[in-house]
Each structure stands twice: as C-alpha cells, then as structure tokens.
Design a protein around this ligand. Structure first.
Ligand SMILES: NC(=O)c1ccc[n+]([C@@H]2O[C@H](COP(=O)([O-])OP(=O)(O)OC[C@H]3O[C@@H](n4cnc5c(N)ncnc54)[C@H](O)[C@@H]3O)[C@@H](O)[C@H]2O)c1
Length: 246
C-alpha cells in the first residue's frame, strides 16, 4: 500500500454498498475513484462514468487513474422477475446479468490489476445466493457462484505479486437493488432472516474497508458472508418467530 494516500477504485460506486464504501474509505484518508454507469450520477460521488461491460472503457479509466492499492467490484444487477428458473427466464436477462456480474468483474480485474501496487487488495461482491439456494434467479445465482470460484483462483494466481483477493457474500441489504427485488415478491411473501431485518449498506461496507486495509494483510482467498446468520440457517427447519430478548 502506498505510504501517502492509498488509492481505491470502486465499480458500481454511485450508490448502495459501493457508494457507502467510497464514503467510508474517503473518511479514512483514501483517494477514491468511483466508477459507475448510473444515468444521473452525483458528481460528488462518481468520479468516472464507466460501464464495466466495456473492456475499452475500463482500460481507458485504468490509464487515466494510474497506480492503485485497492479494487472493489460492486457493480451488479439483479433482473428479477425476468431472471427466473431456467425454463422461464428471459435469455436477454441471462446474458445481461452474466455480462455485468461476471464478465464485468473479470474485465475490471484485468484492466486494473496491472496498475496495482504490491500489497494491493481486491474485494469481489458476491452474494448469499452463492452459498445457499436463491430460488427464481438462475442468472444472478450463476454469476455470483462464479465469483466465489474466481476468488479462490485469483488469490492463488496473484498471491505472488503480494496481492490479496477476497469475496464478500452479503445477505439482503437495504439498497435500491433490494427494493427492486422485493417488488418481484408476491403479496404476503416475506424475507426470513435471523436478525429480523436486512443489513444496512455500511454493515457490508465496513468489512470491505477492513479487507483493503493493512490490518487484513494475511487474509486472502476468504469467502465471507455478511448476512446476520442467514447462511447458517439449516434449510427445512422451522424459522423462529420474532421474540423479545428474554
Ligand atoms: N443489496 C443486496 O441485497 C445485495 C445482496 C448480495 C449481494 N449484493 C451485491 O452487492 C453489489 C452492490 O449491490 P447494491 O445493493 O449496492 O446495488 P445497487 O443497485 O444499489 O448499486 C449497484 C450499482 O452498480 C451500478 N452498475 C450496474 N451495472 C453497471 C455497469 N454495467 N457498469 C457500471 N456500473 C454498473 C449501478 O448503476 C449502481 O450504482 C452488487 O454486486 C450486488 O449483486 C447486493
């Protein structure tokens, strides 16, 4: 990590988990480059308009930005209900989801990894969908599962350059993406979560900020759920109802 001001690139940094991570890292003295294709970005947050499905745009941004210490890949989409189980999903939704959530991550890593200083860190945003069944979202699930596998490969491939690669698997987190997903639920359906609430974006972003910091200097190849215990729940067992803390 650079001695003066460490530099981070965050894809999907206009809002949600990426935007919150950008704010936390700035508070901690990082220079942050937020990349997003958001149609109306807040210029105080987004420093570069960039679509992660474009190899050319990413390479152009990498040349402009120069050396970096951290890459956080938050850009992602969830196209439910068009993304459903195999025989129902729209093929466009499958291709679009894999283009952003999987190919977009690979393109981001290949554009920015060469300008990463030794001791750099990469954090990929996967999902609880990679760890436990998420019905009716085959494209999203496939894209997020692949990121878990890539985290393991890249942590081995890039370890010799002193670069760490880790993966975060959030459970439902209160961002615009999740409000879109909730709209696809039928009336009366509810999320069942051990903490009885979704994560706040900062509860995910705080882990990202730790993983890119020197305090995490020997953590690599880790797949870490931030889900309030949701992935620990044994499927099929009755879900405990809300109770007072007694
Ligand atoms: N919110 C959740 O419940 C949840 C749970 C698990 C994993 N995740 C993952 O965390 C990451 C961040 O999610 P979020 O909830 O903050 O979502 P969000 O929708 O609030 O933010 C995602 C950002 O990515 C940007 N983006 C989308 N496509 C892009 C592209 N092609 N190029 C550049 N930017 C693009 C969007 O403009 C947006 O600003 C995503 O990868 C998501 O899959 C979210």
């Amino acid at each position: 990590m650079s001695a003066a001001m460490p530099v981070a690139v965050i894809t999907g940094g206009a809002r949600g988990i990426g935007g919150t991570t950008a704010a936390i890292l700035k508070d901690r003295g990082w220079k942050v480059h937020s990349l997003d294709r958001h149609p109306n970005p807040d210029p105080a947050i987004v420093s570069h308009i960039c679509d992660v499905t474009s190899d050319n745009e990413l390479h152009d941004r990498a040349s402009e930005i120069g050396e970096i210490d951290a890459l956080v890949t938050c850009a992602g989409i969830n196209l439910r209900p068009d993304d459903s189980r195999a025989e129902q999903l729209k093929l466009d939704a499958w291709h679009q989801t894999l283009a952003v959530n999987l190919t977009g991550v690979m393109l981001s890593v290949r554009a920015f990894r060469p300008s990463m200083r030794s001791d750099g860190a990469i954090v990929l945003l996967s999902s609880i969908a990679a760890l436990r069944a998420m019905p009716l979202a085959d494209a999203y699930t496939a894209s997020k599962g692949a990121l878990v596998a890539l985290t393991r490969s890249w942590s081995v491939d890039y370890g010799r350059f002193g670069i760490r690669v880790n993966c975060i698997c959030p459970g439902p987190t209160a961002t615009e993406m999740m409000s879109g997903v909730m709209e696809a639920f039928s009336a009366g359906q509810q999320l069942q979560l051990p903490q009885q609430r979704m994560a706040r974006p900062e509860e995910v972003a705080n882990l990202i900020a730790f993983l890119v910091s020197p305090e995490a200097s020997y953590i690599s190849g880790a797949i870490i759920p931030v889900d309030g215990g949701a992935a620990a729940h044994s499927a099929g067992m009755p879900f405990p109802k809300r109770r007072d803390n007694k």
